[in-house]
Ligand binder design. Structure first.
Ligand code: AMP
Ligand code: MG
Length: 413
């Protein structure tokens, strides 16, 4: 199969749009305990069956009062009841106050809480009394019923990715389980005869030309963070028949087959012809740096995704293309990367014609520093950096310029 010599580079947004157009959400919904749902994507709206908080309650330890009963500061009133959190008080008797604690329901008839620091309790009388030293404003220190969530509210929408705060909110309306999209099953292959698995050959015994397989480890970790079930199928043997067999088997029991390496133009490689033999393959040269080669195909019902082999290309291409794809398979609403404005504290005088993703780190002055070596093989840049600048094609950067930044903390979850 001959490849066109120099096909025009495909803009990243076009590549992403094409990829997302075929990323139909996977069928199948799972009910998962709220405590196990971190990182999953909600498959239906969550509607609250109650108000949160359920009743008006006190946000302070102090006294529940009726403002109209108070008169002037220093007024002395009997304490007619005591309402700890978890109790339900009786209606407040007129001309009295109720001792109340944080989280306890405000008794009917009370319209403010005076915090205990603004009161002096008077012992020694048959009924306890309290002197109110500071007059409250009506409503003071009362958390209103439903101020967090009202009954009938959609508190979490279908397609929402669940994190710690979402799990807490689901629990606050009494849910023990949530319906979430099923995990994509992903088969992961590495390609390349030069690759050696760490642990199989000691560094001092590595033959010339051999390198350790690093992509396998970050890709597997990235996939798991994206909610996928990963089958790591190791390094594909460098033989046509074995490659075809491995891909055919993987396609039967996986939603996605992800490979790294061997998608560069003109590469002598068995993955591409094997995918073409078993299904279909679209091979793209994408106008990004690091990155460029990328492939999408189908083998039966399974998607095939081919990443470049250079570690940083593989890493970045995963983040900008594969991550949104996997989120969409799970029905997530927010799949595109979201950049924020930030200040560059460096100069980038010779930009590439392609859209660049520069590895940078936030400094203490609120700006971004650039890693000195932006080569696509230098994985140190992704460790040193804490995010990427999304730099438009051909755009030089001067110190002080505003750039678009996306932190890894956003992309790696
Ligand atoms: P390729 O895309 O196969 O042409 O590979 C490009 C570069 O990435 C070559 O220098 C490969 O040795 C390197 N490479 C490919 N796969 C891996 C991997 N799994 N781990 C580390 N480096 C890799
Ligand atoms: Mg290779």
């Amino acid at each position: 199969m001959t490849e066109p010599k120099r096909s025009p580079l495909l803009p990243l947004d076009d590549a992403l749009a094409r990829l997302l157009a075929v990323a139909a959400p996977l069928p199948g919904v799972e009910s998962v305990a709220v405590g196990d749902a971190d990182g999953r994507v909600l498959a239906q709206d969550v509607v609250s069956a109650l108000h949160v908080p359920p009743q008006d309650n006190s946000s302070m330890d102090g006294y529940a009062v009726c403002c109209a009963d108070l008169g002037a500061p220093g007024v002395l009133l009997p304490v007619s009841q005591r309402i700890p959190a978890g109790a339900s008080g009786a209606p407040l008797q007129s001309g009295t106050v109720a001792r109340i604690f944080t989280g306890a329901p405000v008794p009917q008839g009370a319209d403010a809480i005076v915090m205990q620091e603004d009161c002096t309790s008077v012992e020694g009388t048959s009924t306890p009394q309290v002197q109110i030293n500071v007059l409250p404003t009506p409503g003071q220190y009362i958390r209103r019923a439903g101020e967090d969530v009202a009954r009938g509210d959609v508190v979490l929408a279908s397609g929402q990715r669940l994190g710690p705060a979402e799990l807490g909110l689901a629990a606050s309306i009494g849910l023990a389980s949530l319906n979430v999209a099923r995990r994509p099953r992903v088969a992961l292959f590495s390609t390349g005869d030069e690759l050696v698995m760490p642990g199989t050959v000691a560094p001092q015994d590595m033959p010339p030309g051999a390198i350790y397989n690093s992509n396998r480890f970050f890709l597997s970790a990235l996939l798991r963070r994206m909610g996928c079930e990963v089958t790591d199928l190791g390094i594909v043997p460098d033989q046509r028949e074995a490659t075809v067999q491995a891909l055919r088997d993987a396609a039967q029991s996986h939603d996605v087959i992800l490979t790294s390496g061997g998608v560069s133009v003109g590469e002598e490689d068995h993955i591409k012809p094997a995918v073409q033999l078993l299904g279909t393959l679209d091979h793209w040269q994408i106008a990004i740096k690091p990155g460029k080669p990328f492939a999408h195909g189908r083998i039966g019902a399974a998607h095939f995704l081919g990443l470049p082999g250079n570690p940083v290309s593989s890493f970045v291409t995963f983040l900008v293309l594969v991550r949104p794809f996997l989120l969409q398979l799970q029905g997530a609403r927010q799949v595109a990367i979201k950049t924020v404005a930030a200040r560059a504290d460096f100069t980038w005088a010779r930009p590439d014609k392609r859209r660049e993703f520069l590895r940078v780190r936030r400094n203490d002055q609120g700006g971004l520093d650039l890693f000195s070596n932006q080569s696509s093989g230098v994985l140190t840049s992704a460790v040193w950096g804490d995010g990427l600048i999304d730099n438009p094609p051909g755009c030089a950067i001067a110190a002080g310029d505003t750039v678009r930044f996306v932190p890894f903390s956003e992309l790696l979850t």
